[in-house]
Design a binder for this molecule. Structure first.
Ligand code: TRP
Ligand code: ZN
Length: 865
């Protein structure tokens, strides 16, 4: 596929089945790093040991490195080593040697943000997945575990703080205003967990006492002006540490745990041993600059990276095909943690919404892959919603099948058995089997088969007999390279509600559909049952049920599982909207009635109401359709929004008023009120009411927190009232020096539903504050635009060419950031012919461009293939 004639450079694919253990191990490494942005000197001393009996040379990966000195056991043996492309190859007799290499690198020129780079005057590293080879020559693979000693030296005025993994052993001043620090990490680790930071940083210091009574020194390191925004991160860290002890029995191991925030970062954060490095957006938060969603994301990412200390670091991955071993499991753990901090139901709704927005389209498109892929060209392209979010769903299903206690027994065994080792997904499954006696042979299909299973459910009621029969079927759709699929075990939580009583008439039961067809019988029924199925979203599937609009409306009012209740409303809305797009006519009444009932139900909390009354996104509606026409979807959805706004005007205003006097407070209750407030404001604005812009502007101007302010700005950004420009200007003026908030300013405009958004985004890309060098800013403007269905797919707006130009421009500096934009164009097959052809043409233009990165080349070729 990649050696098609148009592709300039074919890149080789790595196959999972080709795994071989490392030829050489590196039990010890000592690094001596003299830091300087333009010329950093790295001296590495590797103790290497032959692994097994063979006569293969030592091969050390490098990426852009020039070896200017290599010694073997202290001697410069010029004939013993050679460069093989970017790698250093050394012929060695005997089994144990000391290899020393020296290289020079230039962090200030490193725009890819992999390896050692500079961000806002801070020198920092990112090594996962293959960044360590940009720092020094090393067998850069996760199954080579080493003990690290790191000596850092730098100018003291410019870099007063020097951090690395593990324990601080020594530090001191040197002549000429320089200083050094010596760090040693006693835990053997793969090189992707190596980290080093130098900068003018200050810390929020804390102490956590573990359950065995050890005091851990916690530090959250930021630029001095950001210190006031670190309290929430510190609280989240302490809560995570306590939670992992309580729920998984996992205690922290080192005496120090540091987190550093940097502004330029390709991902959310990185779990380097004892020295997590974070994108500043997941550390910094205060009420004036961060929304409730931002606070939640900080807590979730802090927890995620902290949890990796066990699921990822103490037990790491054998090879990168096992990535979901650490990521799926750790996402599941952070989801559980966040659910425990607030409303579990709302958290589940958010997680499923994210899965459907990011993972379902991936599974249905040209980049579909199983959670354990079979082949990759560039591993960075596999840090996907499938590996992370579907991976977490697979772990969640295991827990549902084995029960909470069985699952915990399985994780205990897994951690005990594989501590200090590099493991595989298979090892995890085997630990679950050994701990519980379960047979997970068929369950393994969740690791090997891509594609979202489609399940049908039909319930037949035999009223005289008081019986009902539930018939289930499954199909797993073909995906690239996997034309035929076997049936998977699909755990479905099922219950029945009585249509007359509105009560549960058959308690929740776990039904596992493990064949193409399955049947469940219920008896003793005294009224017509209504089916509640896939409760809690127990399986990551698409469900087609034979439930009528009336049944869905009934469930949206009565289901005792909050997720299923939300889901019934979503399905009711979706049925109606999809029908509307297909037939051009739509009866709004059932949706309006159901929304009215939810909105005015005094037993429901505000957070749940806010989630339940939101219409499915335009993208999600498109996912149900054959050939997507984003205009048609937009107009049908907008018409329903307007009607909901008008018909329920009183109810929205009432909801708005009752959430008004909400004092700022970061509690689930107050958060829910704020959420409902802005959701209600959105519907009031949709109704076209004369006072909507004034209401929104008042909320904007009077807000004492970013949630209300950004919420109002988002509503105004969709409209044409003069208040829109005023609010945007005020917001910009107030926050011009805070890049994370200016990101919101860009996003509010890029996400606007206005007809001229594509033009506005193109203009914003020429704004002095826009830069392709910063991944957050790229995501804020270009990433947001690419998910805005109406604007991106506006044929007159030139959005496809604009995004393609961005991909090409960014690819030269930062391939990972460029590659992340490809899937938006890669979905071309899903669209109506004119758009489909235009999207495809841009992909062809990209692939014909010389000098593409492996990252972009792989994604574009697969999208065309
Ligand atoms: N392991 C990190 C996480 O999920 C992911 C990550 C951080 C990453 N930085 C990266 C992946 C850079 C690829 C490239 O927590
Ligand atoms: Zn992770």
């Amino acid at each position: 596929m990649l050696d098609a004639p148009i592709a300039a450079t074919p890149h080789a694919a790595i196959q999972r089945g080709d795994y071989l253990p490392p030829d050489w191990l590196v039990p010890e490494i000592a690094l001596d790093v003299t830091l300087d942005p333009a010329r950093t000197h790295v001296r590495a001393r590797l103790t290497v040991r032959r692994n097994g009996t063979h006569n293969r040379p030592l091969r050390l990966d490098g990426d852009g490195l020039n070896a200017f000195a290599v010694t073997i056991d202290g001697e410069e043996l010029h004939d013993a080593w050679r460069m093989d492309g970017p790698a250093l190859v050394i012929d060695l007799a005997g089994d144990d040697h000391l290899i020393e290499t020296e290289v020079e690198i230039a962090p200030s020129l490193n725009s890819a943000l992999m390896g050692l780079y500079e961000s806002g005057g801070i020198l920092c590293t990112q090594c996962e997945a293959e960044g360590f080879r940009r720092i020094t020559f090393f067998p850069d693979r996760p199954d080579v575990l080493s003990r690290y000693t790191v000596r850092m030296e730098a100018d003291k005025a410019r870099y007063p703080v020097l951090l690395a993994n593990g324990d601080a052993m020594d530090a001191g001043d040197l002549p000429a205003g320089r200083h050094y620090a010596l760090w040693r990490d006693p835990f053997p680790k793969p090189c992707y967990l190596f980290a080093m930071v130098a900068g003018d940083l200050v810390a929020n210091h804390g102490i956590f006492t573990t359950r065995s009574g050890r005091d851990i020194a916690l530090g959250i390191w930021v630029r001095p002006e950001d210190l006031a925004k670190t309290d929430h991160a510190m609280q989240s860290l302490k809560a995570s540490m306590a939670w992992d002890e309580r729920v998984y029995g996992r205690e922290y191991d080192l005496a120090i745990f540091n987190i550093v925030a940097v502004s330029d970062f390709n991902f959310g954060a990185m779990e380097n041993k004892g020295l997590n490095i974070f994108n500043s957006r997941y550390v910094l938060a205060d009420a004036d600059t961060a929304t409730d969603a931002d606070f939640d994301a900080v807590a979730g990412v802090i927890a995620h990276e902290y949890f990796h200390n066990w699921s990822g670091n103490r037990v790491t991955c054998r090879d990168w095909f096992q990535l979901s071993l650490k990521e799926g499991f750790t996402v599941f753990r952070d989801q559980q943690f966040s659910a425990d901090q607030g409303s579990a139901a709302v958290k589940r709704i958010e997680d499923v919404r994210a899965l459907r927005a990011a993972q379902f389209p991936e599974d249905a498109g040209p980049l579909a892959h199983p959670i354990r892929p079979e082949a990759y060209i560039e591993i960075s392209n596999f840090y996907t919603a499938t590996i992370y979010n579907k991976g977490a769903e697979v772990i969640r299903m295991l827990r549902a099948l084995l029960g909470a206690d069985g699952f915990r027994a399985g994780t205990d065994l897994y951690f005990e058995r594989h501590d200090g080792h590099a493991a595989t997904c298979e090892d995890f499954i085997v630990a679950m089997e050994d701990a519980t006696g379960a047979d997970l042979a068929q369950f393994r299909l969740w690791y090997s088969q891509a594609g979202t299973p489609r399940v049908t459910a039909a319930l037949d009621y035999d009223a005289p007999g008081g019986r009902a029969r539930l018939t289930l079927t499954q199909t797993v759709p073909p995906t690239p390279g996997q034309p035929d699929k076997a049936p998977m075990p699909i755990p479905l939580k099922v219950a029945l509600l009585g249509e007359r009583s509105g009560q549960s008439i058959h308690a929740e039961q776990l039904v596992t559909l493990d064949a193409e067809v399955g049947e469940v019988l219920f008896d003793g029924l005294t009224e017509r049952p209504v089916l509640s199925i896939n409760r809690g979203f127990s399986a990551p599937i698409m469900l087609d049920s034979d439930r009528s609009a009336a049944d869905l409306a009934f469930l949206s009012a009565h289901d005792d599982d909050p997720f299923a209740r939300y889901e019934a409303m979503q399905q009711l809305m979706l049925q109606s909207l999809v029908g509307g797009v297909a037939t051009g006519t739509i009866d709004h009444a059932p949706v309006i009635d159901a929304v009215r009932r939810t909105l005015t139900d005094p037993t429901l909390d505000a957070a749940f109401i806010a989630e339940a009354v939101l219409l499915p996104s335009e993208a999600m509606i498109g996912d149900q359709l054959g050939a997507v026409d984003p205009d048609a979807i937009h107009h049908v959805r907008e018409a329903l929004r307007v009607d909901l706004g008008r018909t329920l005007d009183h109810a929205w205003r009432d909801a708005y008023a009752r959430t008004h006097a909400n004092r700022y407070d970061y509690t689930p209750l107050a958060k829910g009120m704020r959420r409902l407030r802005t959701v209600a404001l959105g519907f009031i604005a949709a109704s076209g009411a004369d006072d909507a812009a004034r209401l929104a502007f008042d909320q904007f101007a009077q807000a004492d927190n970013m949630t209300d302010r950004q919420g109002a700005l988002g509503v105004l950004a969709n409209g044409t009232a003069p208040e829109r420009e005023r609010a945007l200007a005020d917001f910009y003026a107030r926050y011009r020096d805070d890049p994370l908030v200016i990101d919101k300013w860009f996003s509010a405009q890029a996400l606007s539903t206005r007809a001229d958004t594509a033009t506005q985004v193109a203009a914003l890309s020429r704004h002095p504050d826009f830069t392709i060098a910063n991944p957050n800013r790229m995501r804020a403007l270009i990433g947001a635009f690419a998910v805005n269905q109406r604007a991106f797919h506006d044929l007159a707006g030139g959005g496809y060419a604009f995004v393609a130009d961005m991909i090409l421009a960014v690819d030269r500096r930062n391939p990972q950031t460029a590659a992340r934009l490809v899937p938006a164009l890669g979905r071309w097959r899903r669209f109506e012919p004119a758009r489909s052809a235009a999207m495809r043409a841009e992909l062809e233009r990209i692939i014909a461009t010389p000098g593409l990165s492996k990252d972009v080349c792989e994604q574009v070729s697969k999208s065309l293939g």
